[in-house]
Design a protein around this ligand. Structure first.
Ligand SMILES: Nc1ncnc2c1ncn2[C@@H]1O[C@H](COP(=O)(O)OP(=O)(O)OP(=O)(O)O)[C@@H](O)[C@H]1O
Ligand SMILES: N[C@@H](CCO)C(=O)O
Length: 248
């Protein structure tokens, strides 16, 4: 007999006010992942068949080993001693979050992947542990922390060694593909790196219900890696001071 469940993960806005790489806010626009587990279906190495609709539905990989959502799930499962999903599962993604437009689409995909692994294999991961997994993949905490816990969230991240067989959400797509090819070639030794405990920390902040968010979504995509590469390496003290929160 088949069973199913649904995961909804919100879009997020990050770098709120003075909180560069720190403050994120969840928004009412969602990535929805429906999983239907059917032990009667034929098994495959990953046990995943992926269908996708919504934003960029023709541009994203349906290969479970490269799609960011399922690749994240497979990483979490591998860290927990599972090779692939426990039973044949259809993963149906409905994505309403525009990609590469500053609305945390990659963060939502990573959070969905971690939640999916947790549910599919009954891993019982704590919220902190799920955040640790997210932060091995998404290298800035503001989008993923807000997507995982919801609301207005401040977070920070310790330095962590991410070398090894870990999915990557923010690199240039060509670099990601190259890294994935190398990882597949090295899959013989198949070592997976567990996240260290407590990589990131978060605090939910009060947010007045009077504040409403309006997202202005550009008509072009800009990968986080490219946006970050455009930033200067250093800032003048007066510029940093000018970004301080002003009481009142
Ligand atoms: N729903 C999704 N399913 C699979 N992969 C996704 C999904 N959403 C995003 N991605 C992957 O993440 C990449 C976009 O990540 P990127 O960090 O550049 O943009 P973003 O997350 O939308 O922006 P920001 O982090 O600034 O809000 C896409 O090219 C794609 O590879
Ligand atoms: N704070 C992050 C958010 C996107 O990951 C950045 O500006 O790159």
């Amino acid at each position: 007999m088949s069973t199913s469940f649904t995961i909804n993960v919100p879009a997020t806005s990050a770098n709120i006010g003075p909180g560069f790489d720190v403050m994120g806010l969840s928004l009412s626009l969602y990535l929805t992942v429906k999983a239907r587990v059917d032990p009667q279906q034929p098994t495959t190495p990953t046990n995943i068949s992926l269908v996708y609709e919504g934003e960029n539905s023709s541009g994203l990989s349906l290969d479970p080993n490269t799609n960011l959502i399922t690749r994240t799930s497979l990483y979490v499962l591998a860290c927990s001693g599972h090779q692939g999903f426990p039973h044949p599962t259809t993963v149906a993604v409905n994505n309403r979050i525009p990609l590469g437009r500053g609305l945390g689409s990659s963060g939502a995909a990573v959070v969905a992947g971690v939640l999916l692994a947790n549910a599919i294999a009954s891993l019982n991961l704590s919220q902190q542990w799920m955040l640790d997994y997210c932060l091995m993949i998404e290298h800035h905490p503001d989008n993923v922390a807000a997507a995982l816990v919801g609301g207005f969230v401040a977070s920070y991240l310790i330095d962590v060694d991410r070398s090894g067989n870990i999915p990557e959400s923010e690199a240039d797509p060509a670099v990601v593909q190259q890294k994935q090819r190398e990882q597949m070639a090295a899959a013989a030794d198949d070592s997976v790196k567990l996240p260290p405990d407590n990589i990131g920390h978060f605090l939910r902040l009060e947010c007045s219900p009077k504040i409403k968010a309006i997202a202005i979504i550009p008509q072009f995509e800009l990968a986080t890696s490219k946006a970050r590469a455009a930033l200067p390496g250093t800032y003048k003290t007066q510029d940093v001071a000018a970004r301080r929160p002003i009481p009142g």
